[in-house]
Design a protein around this ligand. Structure first.
Ligand code: 0A1
Ligand code: ZN
Length: 849
């Protein structure tokens, strides 16, 4: 059993395992509550290890028998596994254990979902399947036999044989246990084929529950596009005869890159125009790519230990964002990524959960699948590429694949490759992996005798366990514009390494207007008081699409802050400038939709907090609402043309072009709804033939308090579609008026279809509540209390999802004393729950600091 007594594991304590695994044979006799797992594993002494203790991980297993070289042994049973005397030479370990997949609600190890057996072994789930050295640096070839009456029996690698009630699979590529997978179920497949660069014919399948087979085509196209892209851009080819994807309804995360057998949360693979929004399609394409790209960055080259998680995740997120940029629009993808980074990673890095991209200790590794490891980890790769240049990046990656194929590696190995490929010393750059917190970058400027000087000062505030920070390497992309809007200095990457550093641009006729941190070239907070005029100028003239958007975003944020703190009205100068840009039909509609998005209410709360003002969630909500109202009123005259321009008459396609139009149309509809009370939205809701249009109309109707009938008819139409019902549950809470959000969430938890043990459904309601900033932070504390009640309830069934959802409280120290006291009380109440899981215990204790 996992127990709640916290035990901290440190990076510095890494030691290799005493044995290597030569091969693994597993036989599964599948029975819902008494599955037998028979293992036969060959171990040999590890020449790189000194400690020859033979200790295997194992949790929630009933040991039936254990043998070494054919003779029974009696291991010492431990809390987290077993230990036994083992020979100092090659030997065969055999064990039989019994497990209960049907009773497994934690969704880790082998579990059941709608009658289907499936596995989730990352990070440490394999130890719930059998006794094994469940650590990523122990890699082996696996042969698996599955015995079950279910018609489809899958595991990793290639199929070797099958008969009535059994199947055998062999994976020739050595892998760590976290990449093991097994699926057994009554499934149907969407098949296809892919011929690799070198002419290898690969069978592809997406396996789903009967009835879902019409929702696989898009995912299959995304898979083939990913396979082609990885060949063309990274020179990486697929390496098995078959690639299977399985959709599962009950899954804690998005998807999992098990070798040759990816398992997906059904929400991240199933798609159809009627049931999925454009955003769903884009996300599915990205996740399929992400999991596929892991075949090289994660599987062929894996992590030595879990502290190195960013080695595979940061790089693979970086690769999937490159893929999306290539498939769609690069500026739109960059802006969307930065919105995400600021929305999820910055709050994490600026609060009690802040940790380095490569953490140095943990209690429960599942708590470190974070925005910092993933998204900041990807930013670090992007900076590295910017610093060394595209050619050197390609050379270093080739060297990485050549040098480390088949190995379990560290960040040191990764950086060494770049050092060897470029001759650079990356020791200072490495601080990006060890220092937590978001650096703040102040800028001042000077113009004298034709020379323009930019002086930067960097500073990172203290974070838990790290009071003092050293200067980091910051690539700062800068361009200079003349007063007439022409670019006098194109984008130049300045490499800042000191705490304070100046850069000169000479030979200029007049003082230029700088465009700093183009493309968001480093994940920092830029502290620069740019005048309103200068931002308006950049909104009109910047050649860098990111900074053009950023100028508008800054004006929006500053305008909203002034509305909140000084009670002034909306910034009409900005509204007019933005109106011109939004009406400009030469600009990509998707980009214009992003120009129209306002800073989130949580982002405004953080800005106020940093300015020493205690954020009042209701005041933030009101200012945002007022601004939206003013926007609608003052733009009424351009709406008809935008409606015309964004109409899609062609057959639905979830591509960049159509989805961009629909994204802009959704913003336009929101404005129209403010003007007409919902008439156009109602008509759109009734005639929509795709989920994007249906849902954007429903959102508007909810916000206009005119959704009662629509919600009912939506329910009637979609009550049998789990994924669409998740939207129905989530939207009602996320889009509710602040005073109604917690009440609405509570009512929905009493709904017949509220299956709280399904992570997607639980997240729909409570993720929706956490997303409703003013609703969650309602002064009466009802949002906090409701979430705490449910987290306590869920923890007993599913610790992983519970712990992740505790992050809703991560910004608690921003708010007033009364709200802080209420949130602290909730966290304390959770922490005092009897039998609380290790996952949630660690999370809550970090949150409480
Ligand atoms: N490696 C997967 C994500 C993942 C991580 C942990 C899981 O269970 C604890 C499940 C999936 C990815 O990056 O997609
Ligand atoms: Zn990943």
């Amino acid at each position: 059993m996992k127990d709640a007594s916290p035990q901290t594991i440190y990076l510095k304590d890494y030691k290799p395992f005493g044995y290597v695994v030569d091969d693994v044979h597993l036989t599964f006799k599948l029975v819902p509550n008494s599955t037998r797992v028979v293992s036969k594993i060959t171990f040999s002494p590890n020449p790189d290890a000194t400690d020859r203790q033979f200790r295997l991980h194992g949790e929630q297993l009933k040991l039936i028998s254990a043998k070494i070289n054919g003779s029974d042994v009696s291991p010492v049973m431990l809390d987290d596994g077993l230990m036994v005397d083992a020979p100092n030479e090659t030997f065969v370990w055999e064990a039989e254990v019994e497990i209960a997949p049907e009773a497994n609600t934690a969704l880790e190890g082998l579990y059941m979902s709608n009658g289907m057996y499936c596995t989730q072994c990352e990070a440490e789930g394999f130890r719930k399947i059998t006794y094994y050295p469940d650590r990523p640096d122990v890699m082996s070839v696996f042969t698996v036999r599955i015995e079950s009456d279910l018609p489809v029996l899958l595991s990793n690698g290639n199929p070797v044989a099958q008969g009535e009630g059994w199947a055998e699979w062999h994976d020739p590529w050595p892998k760590p246990a976290y990449l093991f997978a097994l699926v057994a179920g009554d499934l149907v497949n969407h098949p296809d084929r892919f011929v690799t660069q070198s002419g290898k014919d690969v069978e592809l399948n997406i396996w789903v529950r009967p009835g879902d087979e019409n929702k696989c085509a898009f995912g299959m196209e995304a898979l083939k596009a990913s396979m082609r892209w990885d060949e063309e851009v990274y020179g990486r080819e697929y390496d098995l005869d078959i690639f299977n994807i399985v959709a599962v309804d009950d899954f804690n995360m998005g998807a999992m890159e098990n070798k040759g057998l990816n398992i997906f949360n059904s929400s991240c693979v199933l798609a159809s125009p009627e049931t999925s929004t454009d955003a769903n399609f884009e996300r599915i394409e990205a996740i399929i790519a992400h999991e596929y790209f892991h075949n090289w960055t994660g599987n062929r080259i894996t992590c030595r230990d879990w502290f190195q998680l960013c080695l595979k995740e940061g790089l693979t997120v970086y690769r999937d964002s490159q893929f999306t940029s290539d498939m769609r629009s690069a500026p739109v993808k960059r802006i969307s990524d930065v919105i995400e980074l600021r929305g999820r990673q910055f709050p994490e890095d600026q609060g009690p959960l802040s940790h380095p991209v490569r953490p140095e200790s943990f209690q429960e590794i599942n708590n470190f699948y974070t925005a910092t490891v993933y998204e900041k980890g990807a930013e670090v790769i992007g900076m590295l590429k910017l610093l060394v240049g595209d050619d050197a990046y390609a050379k270093a990656l080739d060297m990485y694949f050549d040098r480390h194929d088949g190995q379990a590696c560290t960040i040191e190995d990764w950086l060494k490759v770049f050092e060897d490929a470029t001759g650079r010393d990356l020791s200072q750059f490495k601080r990006w992996y060890s220092q937590s917190g978001t650096p703040r970058l102040a800028v001042s400027e000077k113009f004298e005798d034709g020379t323009y000087t930019l002086t930067f000062k960097q500073h990172t505030p203290p974070t838990p366990g790290q009071d003092v920070k050293e200067p980091q390497v910051l690539p700062i992309a800068v361009g200079l514009l003349a007063q007439d809007g022409t670019e006098v200095t194109p984008t130049t990457v300045l490499e800042m390494t000191e705490a304070e550093q100046s850069f000169e641009f000479s030979g200029l006729d007049a003082k230029p207007i700088p465009s700093i941190l183009r493309g968001f070239s480093a994940p920092v907070v830029l502290e620069r008081t740019t005048s309103r005029e200068e931002n308006l100028f950049l909104l009109e003239h910047d050649t860098d699409p990111f900074n053009r958007w950023e100028a508008s975003r800054t004006l929006a944020r500053e305008g909203l802050i002034a509305m909140i703190t000084d009670g002034v009205g909306s910034d009409t100068l900005w509204l007019n400038a933005l109106k011109t840009a939004v009406a400009d039909s030469t600009l990509d509609p998707a980009y214009r939709a992003l120009l129209l998005s306002l800073p989130t209410q949580s982002e405004l709360a953080q800005t106020l907090f940093e300015q020493g003002v205690t954020p009042d969630p209701m005041a933030i909500w009101t200012a945002t609402d007022t601004l939206r109202e003013d926007m609608a009123k003052s733009w009424a005259d351009i709406l008809p043309a935008l409606v015309e321009e964004t109409k899609v008459i062609e057959t639905f396609k979830p591509d960049a072009e159509q989805s961009g139009k629909r994204a802009l149309a959704a913003s336009v509809l929101a404005m129209q709804t403010r003007l007409d009370g919902g008439a156009v939205a109602k008509a759109q809701f009734e005639t929509a033939d795709n989920m994007t249009l249906q849902l954007s109309a429903l959102t508007c109707l909810i916000q206009a308090d005119a959704a009662e009938d629509a919600l009912k008819s939506f329910y009637d139409q979609w009550k049998d579609d789990r994924l669409v019902m998740d939207k129905w549950f989530g939207l009602q809470v996320a889009a509710a008026k602040p005073a109604d959000a917690a009440k609405r969430a509570k009512t929905l938890t009493e709904h017949f279809d509220f299956d709280w043990k399904n992570p997607n459904r639980f997240r729909a309601v409570f993720g929706g509540l956490a997303m409703n900033h003013a609703g969650f932070h309602n002064a009466d504390g009802s949002g906090y209390a409701l979430l705490a009640d449910w987290l306590i309830k869920l923890d007993a069934k599913n610790p992983q999802t519970t712990a992740r959802m505790c992050t809703a409280f991560q910004t608690w120290k921003r708010y007033d004393a009364d709200r802080q006291a209420k949130m602290r009380a909730c966290l304390t109440r959770i922490s005092e729950t009897k039998g609380l899981s290790r996952d949630t215990t660690e999370m809550v204790s970090r949150l409480l600091g």
